[in-house]
Design a protein around this ligand. Structure first.
Ligand SMILES: Nc1ncnc2c1ncn2[C@@H]1O[C@H](COP(=O)(O)OP(=O)(O)OP(=O)(O)O)[C@@H](O)[C@H]1O
Ligand SMILES: [Mg+2]
Length: 384
């Protein structure tokens, strides 16, 4: 059992049982439905939406008018009550959450919505400061942050102007500063650049990128503005109340590049490859972590992105290391194909990064790729 293929062919058990660290999600939406109106007028606006957003990600939501973007955004922002499904924000389940929990959570959120509702009698500085005071921010910190944000947004010379002396775009930028002043962990922005010229729009999204990188701030932004799509880590497209596509832009292209290097995926068309990459999840394991356990049911296929693992088989109460796998090799396929329990244990030798693919998606890829299907089946046949 020393050829890589033989090693690869050892079935593995489900990732659900790994000790591999799962990075916590800032937002996790599960089977979310939403309705407006009562009785006969009741109309469904969101259908079975699922979405995961990681810390520090910039998500751009697009889609036609009436497709449910604002509805979803306001649900995430606790501005509407969750009716059906699960919605976790910063680790808190909102379905059935108490008022107290919601009020506390709201302090971690920053809102930038279309109607900016600035106080006409207050200056730009004072409008932003109002939000800082409501959040109980330290005076000196608040002052620095307000000056920094307004300057950064190109309003340095208008800090002490009142809204009536500001243009629509300038007012919008004051509202943006107000939404960001308290260093929120999650920013929800509905068309933040709509009223802005190209340069101001660019300044806003560059600021978002800085906050995401430097403060780990997560940003979900609805926009029709194609000029700013390049800042997105993930683009979510909604149509008729459903998330039609959800593409992790950078990660997908990195995974695609990796997959492309291996013969297993070689005859997949770019579009299929992208689809596969998009469905893959990233999992980490530390040295000694049990990745899968012999005898467990199989749910995931694993591709090793980096690191090395040991393949251990237990027979008659005796454990025997039968192989070692490294970058580009895979495991876990046999249990998925045969609906059998894992027939080996996989333990991380070093720190590892895996790309994993769920059972259903794995089978779909097999159907699409002749070489993938043939190789996997040949490997399985050679073992029996
Ligand atoms: N308060 C409300 N009462 C009743 N129906 C509503 C309400 N808000 C939204 N809707 C309906 O829900 C659907 C989704 O609306 P939503 O505002 O989320 O769309 P959107 O994608 O944000 O559109 P736009 O790009 O025009 O802002 C639409 O059919 C809309 O008519
Ligand atoms: Mg909207």
């Amino acid at each position: 059992m020393s050829s890589p293929q033989m090693l690869n062919s050892l079935p593995a058990t489900s990732g659900a049982y790994t000790n591999g660290m799962q990075i916590p999600k800032t937002v996790k939406v599960g089977h979310l439905n939403h309705y407006f109106g009562e009785g006969e007028l009741r109309k469904q606006a969101l259908y079975h939406n699922n979405l995961e957003v990681r810390r520090g990600e910039i998500v751009i939501m697009t889609g036609p008018s009436g497709s449910g973007k604002t509805t979803l955004l306001t649900l995430v922002g606790t501005l509407r009550t969750v009716q059906e499904g699960s919605l976790k924000v910063l680790g808190h389940e909102l379905n059935g959450a108490t008022n107290d929990a919601i009020v506390r959570l709201r302090q971690e959120l920053g809102f930038i919505f279309q109607a900016h509702n600035l106080f006409e009698s207050l200056t730009a500085y004072q409008n932003v400061n109002m939000a800082a005071e409501l959040q109980g921010m330290n005076r000196k910190l608040a002052d620095e942050r307000i000056t920094y944000l307004l300057t950064r947004l190109g309003l340095g010379h208008r800090i002490h102007y009142k809204p009536k002396s500001l243009s629509g775009g300038q007012k919008q930028r004051v509202a943006i500063a107000r939404g960001l002043v308290h260093q929120p962990k999650l920013v929800l922005a509905d068309e933040p650049t709509a009223a802005l010229d190209e340069q101001s729009g660019r300044e806003v999204v560059t600021l978002f990128q800085e906050l995401a990188r430097n403060e780990g701030c997560t940003i979900i932004m609805v926009t029709h503005d194609n000029r700013v799509l390049d800042v997105a880590d993930r683009i979510v497209n909604m149509v008729d109340g459903r998330i039609r596509s959800d593409v992790a832009v950078h990660e997908t292209s990195v995974i695609c590049e990796f997959l492309r290097r291996y013969p297993l995926f070689a005859d997949l068309q770019t579009s299929t490859l992208t689809e596969v990459a998009d469905k893959m999840m990233v999992e980490e394991a530390q040295p000694e972590d049990l990745v899968i356990r012999q005898g467990d049911p199989g749910e995931l296929f694993y591709l090793i992105r980096s690191g090395r693992v040991d393949v251990v088989v237990e027979e008659n109460g005796e454990k025997r290391k039968v192989a070692e796998l490294g970058e580009g090799q895979y495991f876990g396929e046999a249990a998925l194909l045969r609906d059998e329990p894992r027939n080996a244990t996989i333990v991380a030798r070093t720190k590892c990064l895996f790309y994993t693919l769920g059972k259903v998606d794995f089978k779909q890829v097999l159907d699409r790729s002749k070489s993938f299907d043939a190789e996997v089946r040949a490997v399985l046949a050679s073992r029996t």
